[in-house]
Design a protein. Structure first.
Length: 168
C-alpha cells in the first residue's frame, strides 16, 4: 500500500471502497485498507478507514473545481495497539484519526492536468500539494487503461507528522 509516495504496508492488502454520487455534485465515500497477511498481526482487519465527501462546482467548460474533506481513521495505529500476553490477540486502543480538507482544479484538456492542495486541519495542520497529468486509453468495450503521473510536495509541519516507515 503506497500513499503519497510512501510505502505504508509492504505486504498484500485488500482495499474495498464505495462511493455514492448525487446529481448535484456531491460525492460521499468510504475506503478501507485490510491487511491480507499476518505480517503485522492484523490479518483480515481494517487498519485504515477513510470517510470522505467531495463537492464539484457546477462550472461549464474545460476546467473543474472541487472541494473535499476526508477523515482518516487508524484503529490499529502503532501507538494505540498492544498484544494480550495470554491470548496473543491484538488489543485495540483509542482510535487515532486526522482530517484533511482539499481543493482540486482539473483541466478537461490534453493530458488532463490536475492541481490539488490539501490542508490537514486536525493532527498536524500542515499542507500537501500535488500536480499530475493522465490519459485514458480504451482497450476493449467497458475496459480502459488509465495512466498517470504526479509529483507531490509537503511543508515541514506536514512531513514531521506524516513521514514514517510504517503506519501500522
Amino acid at each position: 500500500y503506497v500513499w503519497r509516495g510512501q510505502v505504508l504496508n509492504s505486504a498484500a492488502v485488500v482495499q474495498p471502497a464505495i462511493n455514492a454520487e448525487t446529481p448535484f455534485g456531491l460525492t460521499l465515500g468510504a475506503w478501507g485498507n485490510v491487511d491480507a497477511t499476518k505480517k503485522y498481526d492484523l490479518a483480515g482487519k481494517f487498519n485504515e478507514v477513510d470517510l470522505s465527501a467531495n463537492y464539484e462546482l457546477p462550472i461549464e467548460g474545460p476546467v473543474s473545481v472541487s472541494f473535499g474533506i476526508v477523515n482518516y481513521l487508524y484503529p490499529y495505529h502503532e501507538t494505540q495497539t498492544s498484544v494480550d500476553e495470554e491470548s496473543g490477540e491484538v488489543v485495540v486502543g483509542a482510535v487515532d484519526e486526522t482530517t484533511e480538507i482539499s481543493v482540486t482544479v482539473a483541466g478537461d484538456v490534453l493530458l488532463q492536468p490536475t492541481l490539488t492542495v490539501v490542508r490537514d486541519i486536525d493532527e498536524c495542520r500542515g499542507y500537501y500539494a500535488s500536480i499530475g497529468i493522465g490519459h485514458s486509453l480504451p482497450i476493449i468495450e467497458n475496459v480502459d487503461l488509465d495512466m498517470g503521473v504526479s509529483v507531490g510536495w509537503a511543508d515541514k509541519t506536514y512531513n514531521e507528522i506524516n513521514i514514517f516507515d510504517n503506519r501500522q
